[in-house]
Design a protein around this ligand. Structure first.
Ligand code: DGL
Length: 273
């Protein structure tokens, strides 16, 4: 049974790493008074090369962490985890928001004829973007392209330009070659907005890069407003919990342009199967 969200409670944000910071940025922009708890499982990243059973097992542990902290709603700021939302939402009494749903809504709202989706291998294999887009607009052609290494390269830090560009060439290069007139691309992994300049420089044919983060943040704002659960006089605090490198996670809050977190804490990693 869904519980009424408590206005004073924090919003939880989960990612299999720090890509979810791109969603925190949008939440902080439109909901500056909300307290945000970020959980990034950098130790087990990439989730996108794991099995469905393993991803679900890890996700339950991430969500249990936020449940203990009494969140009023959760943004799954990870496309890979979002593809499985129907399998874990019933286990929790707070509302959970999928970034794949947000990205699919963006594509439908733009009225595109065709769109590419650059994502992890798991997200591509599920066909989740095509399924959700076709529920509302069956005629939009959706071309999925998985990247086995890109999220991990970003998570490793240092923004190694050669590794990033090689991975993009080997993956996005295939999509671009197969569809030379395709101009719209969903950044279907929350790490990828961090390398959008590389994408634009290598493949200028993609004149429209769709980052679903703003739409996901807006969906949460709309929900809280409808439930009368917006925190109107909160401090807008930001707490980061990571299973990997605290200093890196702290420095990336600056790099992405987030509020200064009141803590960046190392916590035990969820155990994989
Ligand atoms: N940011 C995650 C996503 O949006 C990365 C997934 C991974 O760990 O492979 O899919």
């Amino acid at each position: 049974m869904r519980k009424m969200p408590d206005a004073k409670a924090p919003i939880g944000v989960i990612d299999a790493g720090l890509g979810g910071y791109t969603v925190v940025k949008e939440l902080q922009k439109i909901l500056p008074k909300e307290d945000i708890i970020f959980f990034g499982d950098g130790k087990n990243q990439p989730y996108g090369n794991r099995t469905e059973e393993d991803i679900l097992h890890l996700t339950h542990q991430c969500l249990d962490f936020l449940k203990e902290r009494k969140v009023k709603a959760v943004a799954i700021a990870c496309n890979t985890i979002s593809t499985l939302i129907d399998k874990y939402q019933p286990d929790y009494d707070f509302r959970i928001f999928s970034i794949v749903q947000a990205g699919s809504n963006d594509v439908v709202a733009l009225g595109l004829k065709e769109v590419g989706v650059l994502s992890t291998v798991f997200t591509a294999k599920t066909g989740c973007y095509a399924r959700l887009i076709h529920e509302k607009a069956p005629n939009i052609a959706v071309y999925a392209q998985g990247c086995p290494k890109l999220a991990r390269i970003i998570e490793d830090g240092g923004f190694d330009q050669q590794r990033i560009n090689t991975e993009l060439t080997e993956t996005l290069g295939q999509l671009a070659a197969a569809h030379p007139t395709l101009d719209s691309l969903i950044l279907g992994c929350t790490h990828y907005p961090m390398v959008s300049e590389n994408i634009q420089a290598l493949y200028p044919q993609f004149t429209r890069l769709i980052n679903p983060a703003a739409t996901q943040a807006q969906a949460i704002a709309d929900y809280l407003k409808a439930e009368n659960a917006l925190n109107v006089d909160g401090e807008g605090s930001f707490r980061v919990y990571t299973t990997s490198d605290c200093e890196f996670y702290r420095s990336m809050t600056k790099h992405v342009g987030l509020k200064t977190p009141i803590c960046v804490e190392l916590v035990p990693a969820p155990t994989p199967l």
